[in-house]
Design a protein around this ligand. Structure first.
Ligand SMILES: C[S@@+](CC[C@H](N)C(=O)[O-])C[C@H]1O[C@@H](n2cnc3c(N)ncnc32)[C@H](O)[C@@H]1O
Length: 392
């Protein structure tokens, strides 16, 4: 990880962006000043930094995805990822009733690709695509993007800001959504497990112990006897998310794709500073207090904990594997042949895209797929090499 303060230049930020960041900083500072002990939890800070009305990172209107933004997700890098995910959806659903819901659709890249995959393969009356997107700015962006697709299937997309009442059927996809959920932070201080909160001095933020916190059982268990200074994160709201989601999920399969680890790697002693990361202009660092609202803040997913949340909510956990194995299982090689249509330049470009998605040194191993089901039992080619046993 780069040394943050040397690489992060405020000159890279527009005056409008700086003004927005200043307003958000004031909003958070006043909440901290009003809080007991003048410290708020880190998940509250992260929630405001990412999602505060019209000011947070995901709602503020800055370009955040792709080469001109801060980071490139798998669907942003081209069609291969989306075609493989669509291939998996087709295997699960057949081609007579394709009902897909996507959580946190970002720029709309994955929806765009999946719609083009099914275009011409199924009747519009057999297709339904819902997007659950809490950011009004991103919803509008997705609508603008999908309007440009020349396919009747694009007219079948509908949007919701939160869980819709009518209930879920079919395949639900969440790509890089769980890593964007606000996390609490814990550290060993004076031999005890303490919560790290956020304090402020004027308009600058700092880490501060949040006294009298209730420490989650998982953290009490995993960090017992860990060395002084060991720090990690925990996203409790993943449990509430699964419980809430289950209320509306009638029948189908949830596909989660994200970067993360199984429990024993997540809490590895060598990972002594946790997994908190920030992205700005493709620079990676670990200071969430810089240019608040203008940089992404994220933590890696603990897939063992996520599986536990799913099981407690009443789901089955059917599959867990690396992104590389999921994409290979869904015929990434055949997708390259089909998408290149025999053009050698396109085939070369797609081969480069595939390398980024599947090489272990790039996204292939650090990104994982997990499948959770309710009321539907399906063999899935993406999980042919199933490593569910690794979840513990
Ligand atoms: C890192 S972006 C990923 C975007 C897109 N899935 C992709 O892969 O390019 C995180 C997305 O998750 C959304 N998000 C965050 N929390 C969410 C939640 N609880 N429900 C639905 N979407 C959420 C954000 O608004 C944003 O669209």
């Amino acid at each position: 990880m780069k040394n943050l303060d040397q690489t992060f230049s405020l000159q890279d930020i527009s005056p409008k962006g700086l003004e927005r960041s200043r307003k958000l900083t004031q909003l958070i500072s006043s909440e901290i000043k009003a809080a007991s002990q003048q410290v708020i939890s880190f998940d509250r800070f992260m929630s405001l930094a990412l999602y505060a009305d019209s000011l947070g990172y995901y709602v503020g209107g800055r370009e955040i995805f792709g080469a001109k933004g801060d980071f490139v997700t798998a669907p942003e890098s081209g069609d291969l990822f989306g075609f493989c995910v669509a291939e998996q959806c087709a295997e699960i659903l057949g081609e007579n009733n394709v009902v897909i819901t996507e959580f946190g659709a970002g720029s709309g890249a994955l929806a765009d690709t999946i719609i083009r995959y099914f275009d011409g393969k199924i009747l519009p009356s057999n297709f339904n695509y819902s997007i659950i997107e809490p950011s009004p700015y991103l919803s509008q962006r997705q609508k603008n993007r999908l309007k440009k697709i020349n396919s009747e299937l694009a007219d079948k997309v509908n949007w919701h800001a939160t869980f819709p009442n009518e209930g879920f059927l079919g395949v639900v996809i969440a790509n890089e959504v769980f890593d964007a959920m606000p996390a609490r932070r814990f550290t060993i201080r004076g031999g005890e497990i303490k919560e790290l909160g956020v304090a402020c001095d004027g308009e600058s933020f700092s880490w501060e112990i949040k006294e009298c916190s209730v420490i989650p059982d998982l953290i009490l268990d995993r960090m017992a006897n860990y060395p002084e200074g060991y720090t990690t994160e925990h996203v409790e709201r993943q449990a509430t998310w699964f419980a809430e989601f289950k209320k509306f999920f009638n029948r189908g399969i949830l596909l989660v794709a994200d970067y993360g680890y199984v429990d024993q790697d997540f809490f590895h002693l060598d990972r002594c500073d946790g997994t908190l990361r920030c992205y700005f202009n493709h620079q990676l660092h670990n200071n969430p207090f810089l240019a608040v609202g203008l940089q992404d803040i994220t933590t890696s997913v603990n897939f063992s904990y996520l599986a536990e949340c799913a099981l407690s909510a009443g789901f089955n956990v059917d599959g867990f594997t690396s992104q590389a194995k999921f994409l290979i299982g869904n015929k990434i090689d055949a997708q390259i042949t089909m998408l290149s249509g025999g053009d050698s330049v396109d085939a070369y470009r797609l081969a480069q895209e595939a390398k980024r998605l599947i090489l272990p040194t790039q996204m292939g191993e650090s990104f994982k797929f997990m499948a959770c089901s309710y009321g539907l039992d399906k063999d899935m080619s993406g999980f042919a090499d199933n490593e569910r046993f690794r979840l513990g």
